[in-house]
Design a protein. Structure first.
Lengths: 324, 334
């Protein structure tokens, strides 16, 4: 087990380094990041030259990657291209905000997804099951940004019709959010719709998988045995079936992190939340390769960690799994 | 594929007659041929059914999939004949009818924007781009994925190693983020062709990995061994013996890719990194509508509904195809 983890960690480090080089190569090889600056009239040649020297832009890509890697390891991912500001403090700030959004949405999505999936499986082909299936098909087929926009449209139309603003449709806080409990309430009020969007998207997937997993377990031999022993139905369902059916969902949730970030990017853009998604989009729009690199590497590291967690969790939950 | 589906107990006794060279009386040859002969003499036609016929029957039984197919074909026809069917041009402005809410009058079913452009027409033209991109992505990624997956799974070795390492690389990076970065650096002009290529480059690995695992188990099967013993070349074994067994998986994958590509392209265009004017794209239409403020709700609602309808029907078709082509993997369906 320990050997497995060590081997996986070492391999993951290699993958991350390779991925960082690949991304760096494509992000930098594709053009002059200072092109916009050069044609700005009130920027002197000296300024451009200073930036070029500071970021070693005239070297070849391997040397530049070396400088970037050195900065990434020893200097917290270095500084931005134009303003030379440290990247990491900004990233920490947006990560904190994004995790508030993500954790709330994931908790709700897993909770409701699992509950709906289990109930659908236990009442297969019931009205509830059909509605849940329809809902999850919709949730998978609808673009996430459109779900977000529709919620905004609803809020705006209600406001236009009645004058009541049920939820704010942009930003993380009011201009003057107060402090303490009133700040928390204000933040929750602002995050309600974005959380709802991500919850809908996650719930659709999780309920689908939970239903399939539960159906498989309910029809298995050991559940029949449990019934044959004369156990109460509630005990058969909760102790014997439910716990085993959860195993695939645990790994799915852990493995889903990369896909989750896609939802975060579009949701934060629609609601203009100061989180990782909007940060990434803004970094791209300024043509600054350094924050883009830092963002991608941090997210990639998280994906790797979650993959490892999924593998370990799978082994702990299911004794049939052996590491070799 | 056109082989008759008569059951083995009908065929085998007849074959024995031939190989032994002994003429057996019909009574001794078993009931099978007799029944068949009797049926033939009675004038009852025994129809041979190919695997495809069975697949078609299973598909047609999935009503939602059939309805979805009809819907999708209609939508595709509208998109293909956009020039003829769209009531107005993509960029046709009319300042007398700005911000018109949806109405049957003058066919402004989806309303108009602040420049008086008819959104139904804009959506139809955008749909053409979306479907084209999705189709292109499906073809390219299926082609690359099939070739690489087959070779990696059949031969193993260097190709297999490279494929697995490459997918490990791709899988640690979140797809949409990489696409956004790539599009920002390589597709500034917002061409649909480049957008399709970028999506295809990142998506084919999924199929390659799937086919690789199918090949790993199929290459050990007896029929492959038999083909080898008969002296078939590797190419023939891959193309004639193993690949036909993977058709179901490939087709189902293609439907998933088409739906995924449509949603990805819409998200990219919505965020401003996908297809840009003068090319039409539904995602871009939605973000234009959003920028205009949400009082004109029809500008974001209808284009999104059309995308959702397309994605939903492709998902249902995929579901039906899975049941039809890959009965072993039948998804538990309500």
């Amino acid at each position: 087990m320990l050997q497995f983890v060590i081997r996986r960690v070492l391999y993951s480090v290699v993958v991350l380094v390779a991925a960082s080089f690949l991304v760096f190569f494509f992000v930098t090889a594709s053009g002059d990041p200072l092109a916009g600056l050069r044609i700005t009239p009130n920027v002197s040649k000296l300024t451009v030259k200073n930036i070029e020297e500071r970021k070693h832009l005239n070297e070849n890509v391997f040397v530049r990657y070396g400088y970037w890697a050195k900065d990434a390891v020893t200097n917290n991912f270095g500084t931005t291209l134009l303003t030379n500001e440290p990247i990491l403090p900004d990233l920490w700030r947006v990560m904190k905000n994004t995790f508030q959004l993500l954790i709330a949405a994931q908790l709700l999505a897993v909770l409701f997804g699992v509950a709906i999936g289990v109930y659908s499986a236990l009442r297969q082909y019931s009205v509830f099951d059909y509605s849940a299936t329809t809902f999850s098909f919709l949730g998978i087929a609808l673009p996430v940004f459109w779900i977000a926009l529709m919620l905004q449209v609803a809020v705006v139309q209600i406001y236009l019709a009645s004058g009541h603003r049920l939820f704010p449709v942009a930003s993380l806080n009011d201009v003057d959010p107060g402090s303490g409990i009133s700040f928390v309430i204000d933040r929750a009020h602002h995050l309600a719709l974005p959380v709802l969007v991500l919850t809908i998207a996650g719930m659709a997937t999780y309920s689908r998988y939970m239903r399939a997993s539960m159906l498989e377990v309910v029809n298995s031999d050991y559940v029949r045995t449990a019934r044959a022993k004369g156990l109460r139905e509630s005990r058969v369902t909760m102790k014997h079936a439910f716990r085993n059916a959860l195993i695939p969902i645990v790994t799915l949730v852990a493995l889903d992190f990369g896909a989750l970030m896609a939802g975060v990017v579009v949701t934060e853009t629609v609601f203009s939340l100061d989180g990782m998604g909007l940060y990434f989009i803004n970094a791209l729009l300024t043509n600054d390769p350094y924050p883009v690199m830092a963002w991608l590497m941090i997210v990639a590291t998280m994906v790797v960690v979650f993959n490892l967690v999924a593998d370990i969790a799978y082994g702990l939950l299911d004794p049939r799994v052996r590491y070799d | 594929m056109t082989e008759t589906q008569s059951s083995p107990d009908v065929l085998e006794p007849a074959a024995q007659v031939g190989s032994d060279g002994v003429a057996l009386s019909p009574g001794l040859a078993g009931a099978g041929p007799l029944d068949a002969e009797l049926a033939y003499e009675a004038g009852v036609e025994i129809k041979a059914r190919s695997q495809w016929a069975y697949a078609r029957m299973r598909f047609l039984r999935h009503k939602l999939a059939v309805v979805s197919l009809v819907v999708l074909v209609l939508i595709a026809l509208v998109a293909v004949f956009a020039e003829q069917l769209a009531p107005y041009g993509f960029d046709e402005q009319n300042y007398e009818i700005i911000n018109l809410s949806p109405t049957f009058e003058d066919k402004h079913l989806f309303g108009t924007d602040q420049l008086g452009r008819d959104y139904l027409s804009r959506v139809i033209f955008g749909l053409r781009t979306s479907l084209w991109v999705a189709f292109f992505v499906a073809v390219i990624s299926t082609a690359i994925g099939t070739v690489v997956g087959s070779i990696a799974g059949y031969y193993g070795g260097v190709v297999d190693n490279l494929l697995m390492r490459f997918t490990d690389l791709i899988l640690v990076l979140p797809l949409l983020a990489v696409l956004l970065a790539a599009a920002n650096f390589f597709n500034k002009e917002g061409s649909p062709f480049k957008a399709a290529i970028l999506i295809a480059i990142l998506i084919w690995v999924v199929l390659a990995r799937l086919l690789r695992s199918l090949f790993l188990s199929l290459r050990e099967k007896e029929f492959v061994e038999a083909a080898k013993a008969a002296g078939a070349s590797d190419f023939r074994i891959i193309v004639r013996h193993i690949l036909p067994n993977c058709i179901g998986a490939i087709v189902v994958f293609m439907t998933l890719i088409v739906a995924g590509a449509i949603l990805l392209e819409a998200a990219l265009s919505f965020l401003g990194f996908g297809i840009q004017p003068p090319n039409a794209a539904i995602g871009k239409l939605i973000s234009d509508g959003q920028q205009q403020g949400l009082e004109t709700w029809w500008l974001v609602t209808f284009p999104g509904l059309v995308i959702a309808l397309v994605a939903l029907s492709i998902n249902f078709i995929g579901d039906g195809l899975r049941d039809a082509l890959d009965p072993t993997q039948r998804r538990v369906r309500a």
